[in-house]
Structure formats: C-alpha cells, structure tokens
Design a protein around this ligand. Structure first.
Ligand SMILES: [Ca+2]
Ligand SMILES: [Ca+2]
Length: 368
C-alpha cells in the first residue's frame, strides 16, 4: 500500500513538473494556514492523479461506457427539449486576430497573434447551468467523472470547517486547492453543500468528458479554442477583455472575478465571492455573458503552447495531447495570481479533472 501511494505521488510530481514548468512541486500535508505564495493560481495544476488511488482509476478507465449511466436512469426515449437548452447566438465568423503579441502570461502560449478565419457558428449565450445539467442527468442517468471517482478539487475558502477538518492533502504549489471526497456538481463546496439555491449558476465539477457528453446530448459540441476566443472578443480587435482594455469602465464590474488579497480574503466587491447566476454581468458585443470570469470553460482543443504564425482556417488545435484547453478564467481570478480573465489567456487540465471553478458552454454548426 505504501509503495503504491509513493508511486502515485511520484507520478503526480512528474506530471505537474512537466505541465507547470515548475521543478519543485510536491504533494504535501496541508499547511496549518493558507499563507499567500508568490506562485501562480495553481488552476492548471489540478490533475486527478493527485486525488485517487491509481489502481481504482485504471479500473474506471476500463469500464464499459454504458457504466457511466445510472441503471436507475429514466428509461424514456432520449429527448432534448429546446426550451431547456441555452439560447444560441449566431456568429458570422470570418477573419479575426487570435492570441496576442503582448502576452500577460507568456509560458501559456498566448502568442503570437495570428490571423484565423472561421465559418459561421452558433454559441450558447451563457455557461451551462446546474438546472440544465440536472435535466440532462435526469434524462440520461449520466454519472460524472467526479461522482465515479468520488472526489473533486474544491477551493478551500468555500469549504465548511467540518469538511476542512477532514482534509489531509493539498496541492503544494496552490494549497488553497484540495481534493474533497463527495464533491461533485450536486455538491460544489463539498459533501455538505447543495445546488438547490443556485440552479441558475454555472454547473461545476464537470470534466471535459462530462462536458462533451452534455453537448452531444444537446446535439451540440464544445467550441474550438478559436471559436471560443472569437466569441469572447465580441467583435472588438486586439482588446484585453470582451468589453475593451479597461477592467472597470466607469468603475463598474463587467465580470465575476476576485477582489482583495488572493487567496486569503475576497472582498466580493462585484457582489459574489463564489459563482454568480449566469447573465449577472453585462453581455459583450455579441450578446454573450460571462465569457471571462464566473466559471472557466472547457474547449474542444488539445493543449499546446506552440502556434504557427501562418493564416489558419477553422483551426482545431493539435491532433493529440494530454490536456485540454480551458478559457476565460473564473471568480477566483485576480491579476496577482491568475491574470487569465482575458480573451487571449488560456490554461489547461487533463480531460478527467474537475474543480469548483470549471464549467463549459456548447456551440453548434451554423448549417443545422
Ligand atoms: Ca467575485
Ligand atoms: Ca466563463
């Protein structure tokens, strides 16, 4: 048992070191206090390998796909009700400038800026909500990866004291993240939490695989990174945010982000210390809400930090990889730690990982 645990820890360290370009990350006992550290937010360091017994993980990966659906599921014919799904906004596509030559976080591969042309497509105007995901789960009996593994990453600041007292490990480079048993989309802040009062908030603790399953059920798909970024920019060129270059025009908040001293004190000046109901902040020029902030959003693409400067048409990212791209940052983002609430910003997670700040939205081809 001890050797298995050690090998799991070593594997985690190697993966994290490779992906985070940080040489000395270790999984360690939780610190007694969550002192601020001069590191990144750790959002991209959340790998499921930290949280599970790998022998169990292998068993899960070899399960038949039918096991991801509950045997007690509603057995009525598979239907999708249009009024349950998010309204789609038609984007005309065309040429736009993707990425930036002035990257906020250069190691993330935000640059170079390059010309990209996209076909027209539809995109959902807001993040998929708990209510929508619940409808999907009730219709299909789908069981998310967090539910199957039995845990998910939760930001410590959201946990009850009772749950905190049960924790034994945290992510060394980002000790405010802990794998929490019983955390999943129905229990976003741990097993003693609920979504009952936040059905119109973005669904969280969904893996890339879970997001794919939902979009497929909705007869939609995840956006490519290029589609997501064109949508984020809202018709503006070479701007930091969906609304321009100034974070708070006229002193107003335009996204659900973190205000205060990360990770110790969130003043919630924008009204929310956690997620907000979708569409709580102004839409961008395309009528799209929360493209930055609130929940991170999965995209379809594999992760790479190397991009060609040549013109690209409907780019879909690398052919293969280990991580998927996520975009937009979350309510946990602050310039001092996670300056990723910009349209060109990007980060990554393994497809089976999930966390209390990561959701998604779907797109659809325009010829449907
Ligand atoms: Ca906030
Ligand atoms: Ca978002």
């Amino acid at each position: 048992m001890a050797s298995l645990l050690n090998s799991s820890v070593v594997l985690f360290i190697l993966i994290l070191a490779a992906l985070c370009d940080i040489g000395d990350i270790v999984l360690e006992q939780r610190p007694q206090s969550s002192e601020s550290q001069d590191t990144d937010c750790g959002c991209q360091g959340l790998k499921r390998e930290i949280a599970v017994d790998l022998s169990d993980k292998n068993k899960l990966e070899h399960q038949d796909d039918t096991n991801i659906y509950s045997k007690t599921a509603n057995e009525s014919p598979h239907t999708t009700e249009p009024d349950v799904l998010t309204k789609l906004v038609l984007l005309q596509g065309g040429w736009f400038m993707m990425g930036t030559d002035d990257p906020g976080i250069p190691p993330d591969g935000e640059g170079p800026q390059r010309r990209v042309k996209l076909d027209p497509f539809y995109i959902e105007e807001h993040e998929v909500t708990n209510q929508q995901f619940q409808h999907f789960a009730n219709q299909t009996g789908y069981i998310t990866e967090a539910e199957r593994f039995g845990d998910s990453f939760v930001f410590e600041g959201l946990l009850s004291e009772e749950v905190k007292s049960t924790l034994s490990h945290a992510v060394a480079a980002a000790p405010w993240w802990s794998p929490v048993k019983g955390a999943d989309w129905r229990h976003p802040e741990g097993p003693d939490s609920t979504i009952e009062h936040k059905m119109n908030h973005p669904v969280l603790h969904v893996s890339w695989t879970d997001a794919q399953a939902y979009c497929h059920w909705a007869k939609r798909r995840l956006p490519t990174e290029a589609e997501w970024e064109l949508a984020c920019r809202g018709g503006l060129q070479d701007r930091l945010y969906p609304w321009g270059n100034k974070l708070m025009p006229k002193g107003q908040h335009y996204a659900n982000l973190w205000q205060g001293d990360f990770p110790n004190h969130n003043t919630a000046e924008d009204g929310y210390a956690n997620t907000s109901p979708v569409m709580s902040f102004p839409a961008n020029g395309f009528g799209l809400y929360d493209m930055v902030g609130n929940a991170w959003e999965w995209t379809a693409d594999w992760w790479s930090v190397h991009h060609t400067t040549e013109d690209r048409y409907n780019p879909k990212g690398p052919e293969s990889g280990t991580d998927r791209v996520k975009k937009g940052g979350s309510y946990m983002c602050h310039k001092s730690y996670c300056y990723r609430y910009r349209c060109a910003a990007r980060s990554q997670n393994t497809p089976d990982s999930s966390a209390s700040n990561l959701g998604f939205r779907c797109v659809s081809d325009a010829d449907l």
